[in-house]
Design a protein around this ligand. Structure first.
Ligand code: IPE
Ligand code: IPE
Ligand code: MG
Length: 246
């Protein structure tokens, strides 16, 4: 496809290190087609597969995707069960290829709440890819940012009570190390598909200075092109972190 003269191109020297995605819009995609919501979720999985590959190829170091929130349990049990099975299926089918591509899979969230067969697939994926050194692929599963922050606060309170650390010594770095994302840089770019301009309890601590890009594209329609567009938009932002422009 010919590129228009003034159309911006991706700057390979300014690739975001960490990209986070709220994969939203599966239900609306299905509704538009008069098919069950579950079919939207299945189509969404196909998008995810493409996007992981595209992130790897772009040289993004960390990809974090929101797959299931602590609030998504409110949905009808049929839909919840379908989502769980779909996740297990994704792990089962994609694991070999992801492993071959040196991708390291991690789960953010308490996956002990998932059904047993899901947990088995997740454990297998985590163990198999543990030593991989390529793209870090974080799947936020049964993830809620408030839950994450609260868990960290509880751990910290216990450490203080045990005399392991003094309350006045606590700083942002120490606190960050108790979050699910310990050791990882904060997201540079957060993409939300399907137009909703909200965070929905995702990475509240980590996105303090993250650039937000909301696209109207529904997640099952989201492709490499949308990813590249979002990265280009990110590259045009003036990140100041409270300071002044460079
Ligand atoms: C995102 O799509 C997938 C999950 C939340 C698991 P939705 O299912 O939220 O799709 P919409 O928002 O109803 O279109
Ligand atoms: C956020 O989407 C959660 C995931 C993408 C997994 P939701 O569809 O659950 O968010 P709300 O309900 O529109 O805020
Ligand atoms: Mg939604």
């Amino acid at each position: 496809m010919a590129r228009k003269k003034d159309q911006p191109v991706i700057d390979k020297d300014k690739i975001p290190r960490h990209v986070a995605i709220i994969m939203d819009g599966n239900g609306r995609w299905a509704k538009k087609r008069f098919i069950p919501r579950t079919m939207g979720h299945r189509a969404g999985m196909a998008s995810l597969k493409k996007v992981v590959k595209a992130c790897d190829e772009l040289g993004i170091a960390i990809l974090t995707v929101f797959a299931f929130s602590t609030e998504n349990w409110k949905r009808p049990s049929d839909e919840v069960n379908y989502l769980m099975q779909l996740l297990a299926e994704f792990m089962r089918k994609e694991l070999d290829e992801l492993h071959q591509n040196n991708v390291r899979i991690q789960v953010l969230g308490d996956y002990r709440a998932m059904p047993a067969d899901c947990r088995i697939e997740i454990k297998r994926a985590l163990e198999m890819t543990r030593a991989n050194t390529g793209l870090i692929f974080n799947i936020a599963l049964n993830y809620g940012a408030r839950q994450e922050i609260m868990d960290a606060a509880k751990q910290l309170a216990a450490q203080i009570a045990a005399g392991e650390i003094k309350a006045e010594e606590v700083n942002e770095e120490i606190f960050s190390r108790l979050l699910y994302t310990k050791g990882m840089p904060d997201p540079d770019l957060l993409i939300r598909s399907s137009g909703e301009k909200r965070i929905s309890n995702f990475m509240l601590w980590q996105i303090a200075y993250t650039e937000l890009v909301v696209t109207d594209t529904l997640w099952p329609d989201f492709s490499e092109i949308d990813l590249i567009r979002a990265v280009i938009e990110y590259q045009q932002r003036d990140r100041k972190f409270g300071g002044l422009s460079k």
